[in-house]
Design a protein around this ligand. Structure first.
Ligand code: FES
Length: 293
């Protein structure tokens, strides 16, 4: 007996720049829309949603496979999701216009994709190219730096319910072109959405990264921006055998307290929720504390 009526796998595989994949085709937005639509239809407990790696038909992304029937939906957009939820998950009728059912062709495409992938790995190895995972490790700071800069400039609050690059740049008092590049980077990190030149927060960034919400973590995460400055001098610190950073005590202490306060509050809320203490979250949000977050 299955614990759920349906199990939907959404491919969120990311690949090197220029290589087609579901992530760049928008699968994270589809995933977000799916969770939202299932919640709205009261089906969140009936449909298990899992993100997954490459399903082998990358040119048809974003791809979602639904079991038990094994229906392959391809080239999905967030706008398609409410129809899939209402028709397939609620009424049990697949959405034929979004289904890819040419199984033989799909299988051939998957094999071809797999063989090309193996050939590429072999070719790279023979050519002495740095392995992808090591390359990614070395560049791993880039997404983090983009988010920290956005937090320092309070970009998510400035984006609010939506704005163009020019409007956001005006609010954070920054150069328009550079702001646009940062906003685009945040879109690729799935922390903003962009439609017709207008940027808006995702559910996660609106809740956790913008100011003025009960769960905002911005002030606390600014501590990590301070930690970043120290980590950036690691080379010199290793040579010298001690820290080489003159730290700004005021800024450091303020963000450190905010981070500790946020962590303690989060743990207390989690414990209170687990114990079913009614009103605990509200009390922790408004009842005393340092107010640092
Ligand atoms: S990246 Fe999604 S099917 Fe290959």
């Amino acid at each position: 007996m299955e614990p759920f009526s349906y199990h939907a796998f959404v491919c969120t595989q990311e690949k090197a720049e220029g290589v087609p994949c579901c992530a760049t085709a928008g699968s994270f937005s589809v995933l977000g829309a799916l969770h939202g639509a299932l919640g709205k239809q009261g089906l969140a407990d009936e449909v298990q949603v899992s993100s997954c790696g490459c399903l082998g038909i990358c040119d048809s992304g974003p791809v979602m496979v639904v079991y038990p029937e094994g229906i392959w939906y391809t080239k999905l957009t967030p706008a398609d999701v409410p129809e899939v939820v209402a028709s397939h998950f609620k009424d049990g009728k697949k959405v034929a216009r979004l289904e890819r059912s040419d199984s033989a062709e799909m299988k051939a495409e998957m094999f071809d994709h797999h063989n090309k992938y193996l050939a590429m790995l072999k070719g790279k190895d023979a050519a002495g190219v740095l392995p992808d995972d090591v390359n990614e490790m070395i560049r791993g700071f880039m997404p983090s730096r983009a988010v920290l800069t956005a937090l320092e400039l309070d970009v998510f609050t400035a984006v609010g319910k939506g704005g163009t690059a020019q409007q956001v740049a005006g609010k954070i008092q920054a150069a328009v072109r550079a702001t646009e590049m940062l906003l685009n980077a945040l879109v690729s990190l799935n922390l903003l959405e962009k439609r017709d030149g207008v940027y808006s927060n995702t559910a996660v960034s609106a809740r956790f990264l913008a100011e003025g919400t009960p769960d905002t973590a911005r002030a606390a995460q600014l501590h990590i921006a301070n930690v970043w400055k120290r980590w950036s001098t690691l080379t010199e610190a290793v040579k010298a055998g001690s820290s080489v950073v003159q730290r700004n005590e005021d800024g450091w202490v303020k963000t450190f307290i905010a981070a500790m306060d946020h962590t303690a509050r989060g743990r207390a809320r989690a414990v209170a929720h687990a114990a079913g203490v009614k009103g605990a979250k509200r009390q922790l949000d408004h009842g005393g504390g340092s107010g640092a977050n």
